[in-house]
Design a protein around this ligand. Structure first.
Ligand code: P6P
Length: 350
């Protein structure tokens, strides 16, 4: 009997040829878990809504001089917030009253964000970097929102710092929004990585990149090579290997935007490695620049779900127990082979 090609295609991608909104997709994913209550589904809905609201502002960022910038009033007499403060407020205000979260934490704030006493608490914890790479906004470079969702660890009451300092392997969901040539939301609940593109004319995210897998053959390496003199010998030798200097492999192209979400997104789709290693350029900050709970853990979760790896150069990111909310760690993420190679060079030469 002839095999129906369509059945093979449908088996591989049940959404092939269909118009699927993010809400429909999230609901379909919820059905995988029979005892799901819909709470996580609604948190993801609210993050998608936050993304639409933030996107509407970032696409007009260049107009702040006309409309007024932070600490000044705009033509309507309103105080215009800086975009990262604005994004932080949107994510907080969409989630503070829903009764779905026990506690929140933001890369923009020093301490955890308790749920206000007059609102109910819930079973989840939301950590977010509201606008990573925001220093790039003034030069119109893509920036992003990164989010991480855990189940609370404490039994009841207002969530605590302990609820926020969990290992990345315990993530329930993680993802990012990239505000670039188009706005995309990319997330995983542990069932693969899926990308949605916003149609701003109707305000809907549509499934555009189902089941993203990092290509086997990498194209890029992403690092701020301006700091090379401050790296360890292992990282310097690793970078030379990526450049093909030892003639054992073809050189990779170097692409570095200076915006984690943009660099990560390109390497996720095209294959490559992003790294921000430990360096000695700032004696007070020798563990690298990126934050474990807000940047490294959620991106590591996505990378592993897409068939890649993420490491500090010596240990798996998702196994790390955070010691502080703003703890920084060295970060290597992308193709498994390239991350493993970094670990080899660091092991052999540091
Ligand atoms: P540098 C942005 O500030 C950020 O946290 C990441 O998004 C980005 O990859 C990195 O820092 C850029 O840092 O030191 O290369 O400018």
């Amino acid at each position: 009997m002839a095999v129906n090609d369509d059945s093979a295609v449908v088996a591989k991608d049940p959404y092939a040829g269909k118009i699927v909104t993010i809400e429909r997709f999230i609901l379909d994913q919820q059905r995988i878990y029979p005892d799901a209550t819909g709470t996580l589904t609604n948190i993801l809905y609210d993050i998608a809504l936050a993304a639409k609201i933030i996107a509407s502002k970032t696409t007009r960022a260049g107009l702040t001089d006309i409309l007024g910038s932070a600490d000044k009033e705009n033509v309507q007499g309103e105080v215009v917030q800086k975009l990262d403060e604005y994004a932080d407020q949107i994510l907080f205000k969409l989630n503070d009253h829903t009764g779905r979260l026990a506690v929140m934490a933001s890369e923009e704030r020093a301490e955890i964000i308790p749920i206000p006493d007059h609102f109910p608490v819930g079973p989840y914890v939301l950590l977010y970097d509201p606008l990573d790479g925001s220093s790039n906004i003034d030069v119109n470079v893509s920036v992003g929102t990164i989010f991480a969702i855990y189940r609370r660890k404490t039994a009841s009451g207002r969530g605590t710092l302990e609820d926020c300092l969990q290992k990345g392997r315990d993530l329930v969901a993680a993802g990012y929004v990239i505000y670039g040539s188009s706005t995309m939301l990319v997330y995983s609940t542990g069932q693969g990585v899926h990308g949605f593109t916003l149609d701003p004319t109707i305000g809907e995210f549509f499934l555009s990149h189902p089941n993203i897998r990092i290509p086997e053959k990498p194209k890029f390496y992403s690092v701020n090579q301006g700091y090379e003199q401050f790296w360890s010998e292992g990282v310097q030798r690793y970078t030379e290997w990526l450049q093909g200097k030892d003639k054992t492999a073809k050189p990779l192209s170097m692409r570095y935007i200076g915006s984690l979400v943009a660099d990560f997104h390109r390497n996720l789709l095209s294959g490559g490695v992003y790294y921000y290693p430990a360096d000695t350029k700032d004696p007070g900050q020798t563990s690298g620049k990126l934050r474990l709970v807000y940047e490294c853990a959620p991106m590591a979760f996505l990378a592993e779900q897409a068939g890649g790896k993420a490491s500090t150069g010596t240990e798996r990111i998702l196994e790390m127990q955070p010691s502080a909310l703003h703890q920084r760690v060295p970060f290597f993420v992308g193709n498994s082979l390239l991350v493993e190679k970094a670990q080899e060079f660091i092991r052999d030469f540091d």
